[in-house]
Design a protein around this ligand. Structure first.
Ligand code: NAD
Length: 452
């Protein structure tokens, strides 16, 4: 991020004519005050201005920390008219909530995935009618093939026509990761940043796409090549949407959950290993949202751990300044694979094929025992996930790793499991013979599992 880079530059600078200024606001006017001076009156900003004087002239460097606050809230029956969450869950302050809900009319602009609209559209309309909300509901065909700027522009035109107060009327996105990514990008562009809310309806979006800051669309043949880091105001998680998901979509989400288990949480791995099939069959419907860990069933526990571990990794690195990211496991080769075979593989399926191969790399490097490797692959198969694909060739793997090297400041930064539920980031390029051996064993052992 620019701010962080500037900060480093300043800290490293040895220029003797540098002055650091605080910014203080008195009666509406901001002024600079040399940092050493005691601030006697007014509001002190977190921003700083550094002034450098040299023979060439003066330069100023602004360091302005930007803080984003967003809520991730589990709830039940979000479309029940007696449930406040969809309208007011993004507001933590009860007094403000009361004031806003009493000011009429309440307006909401909703973008909803077309399939989700067919399933839940009438319930949504009834919800807004019952709550006396002026709304525009825009169903869109949000598929990976048309995850592009045209869809963003379409949303922006409709938002513009509808008219929104950007301080109090967040845009709502209801759908899978596709819909959430596209709406997030549109919201981040409209009037430079309009608040938005995510309501994930797929399992993958519930535990992954909806809890971070990234938005995006595909561009120039590349996955999510255009996008922004702008988190929603809030994410509302209602797992009852999973009831209408096909089993393949549940497995798809399981891949991202397994990623967090392999990287950071042995308990979650063991839970998926022993109860994964049950979770698939019940579509994680036994979940409770009481928050009491004593009464927690495995569906509730698995989703909670997946979200907690994900937030732990995302919150300190929302803008991905730090390129050492455990959550990139499964995402080094998969973007290239996913785009190459589109629409044959779902996102989570491509991620799992990548993870499966990397498990073999980790084994080849001596990081995982044969028993651990086999347990992971058995667990993946138990979750209904593909572990091998004919289009995931050695050439594609090598190309993806080279690309990664190019875009990761000269270091591979490759997360690999070092046990069940622990991982490390490896910086050096994998030696060719390790890669080739791992690839050969992977193919020998798993190619018979076939393609999806
Ligand atoms: N922003 C992020 O951090 C992030 C993270 C992971 C993935 N993603 C993105 O998310 C996308 C994948 O998301 P996805 O897997 O949710 O796919 P998706 O949004 O394409 O949805 C999958 C399918 O399920 C249907 N659907 C959605 N909810 C349903 C429901 N409740 N019942 C029945 N059908 C339903 C949709 O119509 C669609 O056909 C990818 O584009 C990926 O890049 C983003």
């Amino acid at each position: 991020m620019a701010g962080r880079d500037s900060w480093n530059m300043i800290s490293n600078s040895s220029c003797s004519q540098q002055t650091k200024f605080n910014l203080v606001q008195v009666k509406g006017t901001w002024t600079r005050q040399v940092e050493q001076r005691q601030v006697e009156e007014g509001r002190l900003s977190d921003a700083k201005i550094y002034e450098n004087k040299s023979e060439q002239g003066v330069s100023w460097t602004v360091v302005s920390p930007i803080v984003f606050t967003y809520r991730v809230i589990q709830c039940k029956n979000i479309l029940d008219p007696s449930n406040d969450t969809l309208l007011w869950g993004h507001i933590g302050d009860e007094a403000l909530k009361g004031a806003l809900s009493n000011s009429k009319p309440v307006k909401r602009f909703v973008v909803i995935d077309e399939t989700v609209s067919e399933l839940y559209g009438s319930q949504l309309t009834r919800y807004f009618e019952a709550r006396d909300v002026v709304c525009k509901i825009l169903p869109l065909p949000t598929t990976e093939e048309n995850k592009c700027m045209e869809l963003v522009t379409k949303i922006l035109e409709e938002v513009h026509q509808f008219g929104l107060d950007r301080r109090s009327e967040p845009i709502i996105a209801i759908g899978g990761g596709m819909c959430l990514d596209v709406v997030g990008l549109a919201a981040s562009l409209y009037r430079r940043r309009t608040p938005y809310i995510r309501v994930p309806t797929t399992f993958l979006a519930y535990i992954d796409a909806s809890v971070g800051a990234k938005t995006g669309v595909n561009f120039a043949g590349g996955k999510n090549k255009l996008g922004s880091y702008v988190p929603p105001m809030a994410t509302f998680l209602d797992c009852s949407f999973f009831r209408t998901l096909p089993p393949r979509q549940i497995s798809n989400g399981m891949a991202e959950m397994l990623k967090m288990a392999l990287m950071k949480h042995r308990g979650l791995f063991e839970l998926l290993e022993s109860e994964g099939s049950m979770l698939l069959n019940t579509k994680l419907q036994s979940c409770e949202t009481s928050g009491s860990s004593e009464s927690e069933d495995s569906a509730t526990a698995s989703m909670r751990i997946a979200i907690e571990t994900m937030l732990e990794e995302l919150a300190p690195n929302l803008w991905e300044d730090d390129l050492d990211r455990l959550v990139d496991f499964g995402h080094l080769v998969s973007p290239e694979l996913e785009m190459r075979v589109l629409p044959a593989l779902l996102h989570g399926e491509a991620v799992n094929i990548d993870m499966s191969f990397m498990v073999y790399v980790a084994h080849q490097r001596g990081l995982l025992t044969a028993d651990e490797k086999n347990r992971i692959i058995r667990c993946m198969l138990g979750l209904g996930l593909p572990v091998w694909h004919q289009d995931c060739t050695l050439a594609l793997v090598q190309k993806s790793l080279k690309e990664r090297l190019k875009h990761s400041a000269g270091s591979l930064r490759m997360p690999l499991p070092t046990g069940l539920g622990s991982a490390e980031i490896f910086h050096d390029m994998i030696e060719d013979d390790i890669l080739c051996k791992a690839y050969k064993t992977w193919t020998d052992e798993l190619s018979s599992t076939g393609n999806k």
